[in-house]
Ligand binder design. Structure first.
Ligand SMILES: NC(=O)c1ccc[n+]([C@@H]2O[C@H](COP(=O)([O-])OP(=O)(O)OC[C@H]3O[C@@H](n4cnc5c(N)ncnc54)[C@H](OP(=O)(O)O)[C@@H]3O)[C@@H](O)[C@H]2O)c1
Length: 259
């Protein structure tokens, strides 16, 4: 899809990957709707885009709340491109995770992506055009120990992408899944305890920047790519997981967190 003059909605756009993706879409001539909870951070990102000569608006919403998702869909009509990027979640053993925290990490990203996509899907299908991007985590391919709640939500997001892709065939609406390795955003500060749980074997995969993720997201829309895992070392690890599932899962377990 060509982006100039299009409208793009990016969730989790107050910082990190989402903020950089919003900036890059705006640099390609799109109007960007930036969504997150922090009004102040959103305003800073909108200001940055406008000072650059782009076009953007901020929309404050807690996407863990279905009522606020409905209100957002009333406020912003169906965009040409929807980027489901907002995500949270500490990496914890299941019985160390409170029920409230499990609900939150399931709500965002998974339920938020499901509900917001549902809000916009009818209009996209009627127009016969549109693109959805789901930003996912490597643990949606390669499970690691001590991370059940977060991981389940990521597998659900992967399932949402795969199943919706089938229903979208022939409609003119498409969907991509973009899966970066570890990213140098504030994610691990915002979700303490997660970084330490990356298994030693996965630390061989180089960290990528939010800017590189933004490029991958925009490329996925422009080139209408179904899936993009990067860097290549993550892709190699994923292929190894498919070819040698027992060995890959043993090494991940062996070099990961234990009680
Ligand atoms: N960092 C990594 O290593 C990595 C790797 C692969 C995939 N990812 C995924 O990429 C996505 C973006 O991650 P990031 O690294 O940019 O993380 P981040 O810096 O922590 O940013 C997360 C974004 O999500 C928003 N958000 C969180 N909860 C929300 C809610 N309830 N409602 C609305 N917005 C909410 C946050 O904004 P507010 O706090 O202002 O609401 C923020 O803008 C996440 O889904 C993450 O899991 C990250």
């Amino acid at each position: 899809m060509q982006l100039s003059g299009k409208r793009v909605l990016v969730t989790g756009a107050s910082q990190g990957i989402g903020a950089e993706a919003a900036f890059r879409f705006a640099a390609h001539g799109a109007h960007v709707h930036l969504v997150a909870r922090s009004a102040e951070l959103l305003d800073q990102q909108v200001k940055r885009i406008i000072e650059f000569g782009g076009s953007a608006t901020a929309h404050v919403a807690d996407l863990a709340d279905a009522v606020q998702i409905r209100a957002l869909a009333e406020e912003v009509s169906a965009p040409d491109v929807l980027v489901n990027n907002a995500g949270v979640g500490r990496w914890l053993f299941l019985d160390d995770t409170s029920a409230d925290e499990l609900q939150t990490m399931t709500s965002v990203p998974y339920l938020a992506a499901l509900l917001l996509t549902r809000e916009y899907l009818g209009a996209m299908r009627s127009r016969g055009s549109g693109w959805i991007v789901n930003v996912n985590s490597p643990v949606s391919r390669l499970p690691i120990p001590g991370c059940v709640g977060y991981q389940s939500s990521r597998w659900a997001l992967r399932g949402l992408t795969a199943s919706l892709r089938l229903d979208l065939r022939g409609t003119g609406v498409g969907i991509s899944e973009v899966v970066p390795g570890k990213v140098s955003s504030e994610y691990f500060n915002n979700n303490p305890g997660a970084e330490e749980r990356i298994p030693a074997i996965a630390r061989m995969i180089p960290t990528v920047t939010p800017q590189r993720c933004a490029k991958a997201i925009v490329d996925a829309v422009e080139k209408e790519r179904a899936e993009h895992l990067f860097p290549w070392q993550l892709k190699a690890f994923e292929i190894s997981g498919r070819l040698f599932p027992g060995l890959t899962s043993y090494l991940t377990w062996k070099t990961g967190t234990h009680r």
